[in-house]
Design a protein around this ligand. Sequence first.
Ligand code: MIC
Ligand code: SF4
Length: 646
Amino acid sequence: MNITEKILSRHLVSGTLKPGSEIAIRIDQTLTQDATGTMAFLQFESMGIDRVRTELSVSYVDHNTVQVGFENADDHAYLQSAAKKFGVIYSRAGNGICHQLHLERFGIPGKTLIGSDSHTPTGGGLGMIAIGAGGLDVAVAMGGGAFHLTAPRVVQVNLTGRLRPGVSAKDVILKVLERFGSSGNVGAVMEYAGEGVKTLDVPSRSTITNMGTELGVTTSVFPSDEVTRRFLAAQGREADWTPIAADPDATYESVFEIDLSTLVPLAACPHNPANVATIASLAGKRVNQVLIGSCTNSSYRDLKTVALLLKGRKIHPDVSFGIAPGSRQVVLELAREGLLQDLILAGARLLENACGFCIGNHQSPGTDAVSLRTGNRNFEGRSGTKSAQVYLVSPESAVAAALTGVITDPTTVETAPPVEIPDRYIIDDSLFLYRETAGKGIPGAEIVRGPNIGAVPVGTPLPKSFAAQATIKVGDKITTDHIMPAGARLKYRSNIPAYAKFVFEPLDPDFHDKAAANRDAGVANVIVAGESYGQGSSREHAAMCPMYLGVRAVIAKSMERIHLANLVNFGIVPFTFVDPAGYDAIATGDALAFDGIADAVAGSGEMVVRNTTTGATFKVKAALTERQKAIVLIGGLMQYIASGRS
Ligand code: MIC
Ligand code: SF4
């Protein structure tokens, strides 16, 4: 067996591990973050369960820490009280980014983890099967329910050789993105193997599994070996280590070879993480902003490298340069070794150890500015500035540009020596609350609910037939940032009527009004989309808010995994065009008739839709499992659970 099969088979609750078929697995650990977690805990509460049933559940606060207005702080207070009551460890704001913290303090090789954040696969760097999911799926797992997914096909990425100085893990994952793209990889797991694996430390492996998310795969995983053991020992957690490797005769769907010694520094160019070019081909381009951080590249390894490169130097006067460390541990390590001083003397702006700039919470670049970032997403407008050109690069490439003011190949300038992990990281778990009551909870604890804490919206059963409007028609690779923008709108995550005002804001600011008017007039709303609809984040609000506005179906040429699961969870039928030409038979505003939709969904999933504006007809199909059919028909997962099923 390969690593994926080994871990999945040990956790299998139902189904068989045949790629493409539905399986359910037991979940050992969960993580939530504040932007998706508030809803997840509201959903958990409404399931009426007294405490979590996992081995470990952690609630992190890292996304909404800017606190403009009372809303974020209200969310934190709610999350803290819910963690206390339900037996969840609470990671306070200021502790760091969920994925970095989970890697440092909780991840265990061989375990399963689901998180209400798409970059949960960061844990794959430790040899976990770590999967991003919608908040409701995580709430179910917190309650002890199984997680349902498609048994993956496993692709091996075979690493040989060793990275040259100035080239690092970000360049490896950008190479994989260049080869596989950001769409068409649904249902795959990327499993790393080969002699080259040994040359990568755990933070580097996790940079690779983290950004594997941008491929649209289910997850990515590395073996657990001596390198893993050393990392866990340095975290005071050697007892958590177990070795995991693929059997020598393990089979894979396909193998992709990378000779690490031949890799060159790469960048993801605007506006997609898979739009890869060599740094050399971009060299000389003027840069206005450089930001180092995010869950992809904010480890001690990365920031020490940055400090070593900056020591005794000054950043270019035309560059705004910010650094957001991944965790308090990283900050403490930098302080212990005097490296913070090197960063500050070089002219860095020290930012909070949180998601911050990555989600467009602050640090928006100027008009038309070029921004180099070490994050994982450069979707148009995500930075908060629509006209900005965001390039995703390694920390080494970021520093080279910060010093020179132009994109510069870091292998052509002075490079830093390899950073070894310390024998023992500085461990201070004081911002993790409720460790003593983890798993047990405090039944009498009071839940704190400020005015920003809304109710969980409830769906209704799928009607037998309905008249609808194609309220919006969008193109290819529409991301959840297009559907449900974050940044300045993030503070409404726990208030659905307020957040729903911004559905599709970047594409059609009138969508909310049109959709709400249709809903109130008894006309269903339908979203028409091209390839790879719903790329990016796990935010279930991209399904929940449309449901609230009366969206009953999405028809796309193809759809991404987490978003499809979220649509099902909120009772929205995820159709694809049987013939992609059907897409051309619809224009925004057309009236559509879905006659017999409930029977079609219950049956083969296929049906003919009539465009009553033009008279044209076209075929669509919802390829759903029996469980998914039942969920959609009853109006979503909450209703499904309320009906006594799981
Ligand atoms: C992101 O990177 O887009 C986020 C913000 O972390 C999201 C989660 C969210 O929208 O809250 C993700 O990746 O799942
Ligand atoms: Fe936070 Fe950015 Fe990572 Fe999402 S991708 S979890 S916003 S740091």
